[in-house]
Unconditional design. Structure first.
Ligand SMILES: [Zn+2]
Ligand SMILES: [Zn+2]
Length: 236
């Protein structure tokens, strides 16, 4: 391979002024060229957000780690071109990046989740209202809607923020406590349905875990987790 998708040093400030430079290799023309995209999608493999190890093909989640989801799917590690694209999509609302992230999501989430399509509900993790207003778009909601549409699944805003504030706690314990109280269920839960909770990144996992707990306490039995990216393994 004559290029490396991890190498993002070539593309820097220029991107702000010229959005159609490949975030992977710097080639002119699109936000992520066909070559880099093919490379990323071919390498896509599910990883565990907790231990960061690759999940065996055909397995629904890591066997070693405890996670309150029946299945858990991760697009990739949050590094290189992908980290850059998520950041730009999220904070600068570069819409051209949306399609690339969606393709990664389509690759990461199996079409067959073992239940009928009519019984699958995609639930975006709610973004803080202030952030949506600042950024001009609710990226998680858009990704959730488009994933649902593509698969013939439902998309519902099952969760809402109980307190529409930013996490301000300084200690990990304080943050975890705040995260736990952050969500509430805003729709009627159907225990027959499979709920697919979606967020963009897993940093500490506090938000996803808190949302999962809230949904399970409200009666959700079959919960699937999906994120675009998680932090990379420590030694690498
Ligand atoms: Zn490229
Ligand atoms: Zn694991």
């Amino acid at each position: 391979m004559g290029f490396d998708v991890k190498n993002t040093t070539k593309v820097g400030l220029l991107d702000l002024f010229c959005p159609h430079i490949c975030r992977g290799c710097g080639a002119l023309g699109s936000v992520f060229c066909e070559c880099c995209k093919k490379y990323m999608l071919e390498r896509q493999q599910n990883v565990c957000p907790i231990c960061k190890q690759k999940v065996e093909k055909g397995e629904e989640k890591c066997r070693e780690c405890e996670i309150p989801f029946r299945r858990f799917y991760v697009g990739s590690y949050r590094e290189g071109a992908l980290a850059k694209m998520i950041r730009e999509y999220k904070y600068q609302s570069v819409r051209a990046i949306e399609q690339v992230l969606l393709e990664l999501l389509f690759k990461a989430v199996p079409e067959d989740l073992g239940v009928e399509a009519e019984r699958i509900v995609v639930v975006p993790l709610p973004t803080i209202g202030k952030h949506v207003r600042q950024r001009g778009l609710d990226h998680t909601k858009i990704l959730a809607k488009k994933l649902a549409k593509r698969r013939g699944w439902q998309c519902e805003m099952v969760l809402e923020r109980a307190a529409d504030t930013v996490q301000v706690g300084t200690s990990a314990a304080e943050r975890a406590k705040q995260a736990e109280q952050a969500y509430r269920v805003a729709r009627k839960i159907d225990v027959e349905k499979t709920y697919l909770l979606l967020d963009d990144v897993w940093t500490t996992g506090a938000s996803m875990l808190a949302a999962a707990k809230t949904m399970q306490e409200a009666g959700v039995e079959n919960l699937v987790g999906v994120i675009l990216a998680t932090g990379k393994p420590l030694e690498e």
